[in-house]
Design a protein around this ligand. Structure first.
Ligand code: NDP
Length: 296
């Protein structure tokens, strides 16, 4: 293996420390405690794990954590009422409605009912538009985490060829937009891309966000490229299971200049960036300077 391992776990810890430091200053100098409200509808086991982990890390950073658990049969009207209350609550600076929502609820409607200034997931249509036009916005957490790792490793990304595999609204598209805003030449691939191997081999940066275990082999990677593996896939391993990314780690690490592992790469950055977005939202709401290095 020749690639440098981009240690997302360690980097996420430095982001959380920066957040905690800023939170402490907001409290001591301004008497303000940033607050994050998380709304969970239903009992999806994976969502419950995420919400618990978000609450724990929010408190560890010194912020206020508000958890609202609603039954799976909650009506759209009741959920919209809850979001409205949180929009009006001055102690809440960030609101996150955990996805996926039960099928009878319209996710777009619910997300777009969040005050865009409190939309710490960055999924509100106003934030999508602001990001798309290069204006100040709330940026989706996973792509923001990838961008932070890339900037930390490369400094400037200007002029680099970036290939994003995946075009979802939560990862692929905002990732491509962030790379474009950082002056990369960006190609977005998806399930209809004709020559994926040749296209991916153009990338000085490759971001894989597909959801297919170990789909990208090393011979798709340009020698020396930086590989950011967003995928989280659970595969059978004897009588147990293990997590793998969308890239075949061993063969990609032979060729790449740098690569994120799974687990321990992009994953830990996502919650760290949620905390970063909450402190950023709190500073903006109070007309205070934003912490440096925690936004796009
Ligand atoms: P989606 O399923 O929403 O999107 C997957 C994308 O991959 C689609 O655009 C799809 O193309 C494309 N795709 C599927 N098959 C192929 C193929 N054979 N060749 C090329 N492109 C293909 O997934 P998400 O974006 O939500 O998530 C992607 C991965 O990232 C998942 O493993 C998920 O678990 C992980 N993830 C990790 C996070 C983290 O914190 N680290 C956070 C969020 C997601 P098309 O549009 O044409 O269908």
């Amino acid at each position: 293996m020749s690639a440098t391992i981009l240690d997302g776990k360690a980097f996420a810890a430095t982001v959380r420390a920066k957040v905690a430091d800023h939170v402490a200053r907001l409290k001591s100098e301004h008497g303000i405690t940033p607050g994050l409200a998380v709304v969970l509808v239903g009992e999806d086991p994976a969502s419950q794990v995420y919400v618990r982990s978000k609450g724990k890390q929010t408190k560890e950073a010194g912020m206020a954590s508000f958890e609202h658990r609603l039954p799976a049969d909650t009506s759209e009207e009741a959920l919209l009422r809850m979001v409205d209350q949180l929009n009006k609550d001055p102690g809440v600076h960030g609101i996150l409605v955990q996805l996926p929502l039960p099928k009878h609820l319209d996710s777009d409607l619910v997300i777009n009912s969040i005050d865009p200034a409190k939309d710490v997931d960055g999924f509100h249509i106003s934030n999508v538009g602001l990001l798309g036009t290069g204006q100040r916005s709330m940026v989706p957490c996973t792509p923001l985490g990838c961008l932070m790792l890339l900037r930390d490793h490369h400094g400037s990304l200007s002029g680099m060829e970036a290939v994003v595999i995946g075009r979802s609204n939560i990862v692929g598209k905002p990732m491509a937009q962030l790379l474009l805003n950082d002056s990369c030449t960006v190609t977005i691939c998806h399930s209809r891309t004709k020559d994926l191997k040749e296209t991916v081999r153009r990338g000085d940066i490759v971001v894989a966000a597909v959801g297919r275990p170990e789909m990208v082999p090393g011979d798709w990677i340009k020698p020396g490229a930086t590989v950011i593996d967003v995928g989280i896939n659970r595969i059978p391993d004897g009588d147990k299971t293990r997590l793998v990314g969308d890239c075949d780690f061993d063969s990609c690490a032979e060729v790449a200049g740098a690569i994120t592992p799974v687990p321990g790469g992009v994953g830990p950055m996502t919650i760290a960036c949620l905390l970063a977005n909450t402190v950023t939202a709190c500073c903006r709401a109070n007309g205070l300077p934003e912490p440096e290095g925690l936004t796009a």
